[in-house]
Design a protein around this ligand. Structure first.
Ligand code: RIB
Length: 307
């Protein structure tokens, strides 16, 4: 069964330097590179590389050079790109990213054409495509009403819905309606923003996940970087440690987690099993630089999971 991803496409302009600057500070000694990114595109590519099934991607770019290059890259990933929209006169999404020596990052996004993906674009996708799919994934880099249209269509057709609340926005998330969401996947920072409580330990993550569950979302995974992830499925809470790796760049680790998670759930694996698979995929991605260049293949994940 296939996967539908709705989300953003950006070109990432990255500077990797020894430290992240404070406001007003200039830091020299950085290295610049460009990479294909955007949370939605990263999730779609992660789902496609980790899966044997078709991945349909709903997104928008502008009619500029970055947009053309992004589309060409996504086509090479064998995604179903029939519903990607090119918006005349709009700039494609761009992210300015700073990465420090330990792999931590700061990201600022100019969304451009991503904000022009409309509910009508979701309605234009034939019912057969929804009926053939098992899992729907979206992040919050697309307009709220478009994400909601996707969630509604997904639920009407019996798909499992995953919302990665990134960037986190409490009002937007509650407007989306937690009851349409089968699985919510914030990281610790996002979970803290959404619940108003500090999330530093596994106990904090459990409390935050239970709070989100009582707000209406039946299943919650809180990703915790090198600490792994915490899974709340009904009454069952599990803390899954991550594989120990040498992290050089955490950009897109959460996106890789969500894409690989979608694959495993579409294959009918249990939530805990799927979270383990996704965590292995994310651990591989942080050992490589760049968003989409860091995304592992199915074989790489399987090999790493076996060791
Ligand atoms: O999650 C990482 C992504 O966030 C980057 O690829 C960037 O484009 C922003 O969307």
């Amino acid at each position: 069964m296939s996967i539908i991803v709705l989300g953003s496409i950006n070109t990432d302009l990255v500077i990797r330097s020894p430290a992240l600057p404070h406001p007003g500070e200039t830091i020299l000694g950085g290295e610049f590179y460009r990479a294909a990114g955007g949370k939605g595109a990263n999730q779609a590519v992660a789902a496609a590389r980790s899966s044997r099934e078709q991945v349909t991607f709903l997104a928008a770019v502008g009619d500029d050079t970055f947009g053309g290059e992004s589309l060409a890259g996504l086509k090479r990933e064998h995604l179903d790109t029939r519903f990607l929209k090119v918006i005349p006169g709009q700039p494609s999404g761009v992210a300015l990213i700073l990465v420090d020596a330990s792999g931590q990052n700061l990201i600022s996004v100019a969304s451009g054409a991503n904000l022009h993906l409309r509910p009508d674009d979701v309605h234009a996708v034939p019912t057969k495509v929804w009926q053939d799919a098992r899992v729907f994934v979206a992040c919050l880099e697309s307009p709220l009403e478009t994400v909601m249209a996707g969630l509604r269509r997904a639920k009407q057709n019996g798909l499992t819905t995953i919302i990665n609340p990134a960037p986190a926005d409490r009002e937007i998330l509650f407007a989306v309606g937690l009851r349409l969401i089968d699985l919510l996947t914030p990281n610790e920072t996002e979970a803290a923003l959404l619940t108003g409580r500090e999330v530093l330990t596994a106990d904090d993550a459990e409390a935050a996940a239970r709070q989100l569950q009582s707000a209406g979302c039946s299943r919650v995974i809180i990703t915790r970087g090198e600490q792994g992830c915490c899974v709340l499925d009904g009454d069952v809470f599990v803390n899954l440690p991550a594989k120990r790796v040498e992290a050089i760049d955490a950009v897109a680790a959460g996106d890789v987690f969500n894409g690989a998670l979608a694959t495993a759930l579409a294959e009918g694996r249990s939530l805990i099993e799927a979270a383990g698979w996704a965590s292995t995929a994310a651990a591989i991605s942080v050992t490589r630089r760049g968003a989409q260049p860091s995304i592992p293949t199915r074989d790489e994940i399987a090999q790493s999971a076996a060791t």
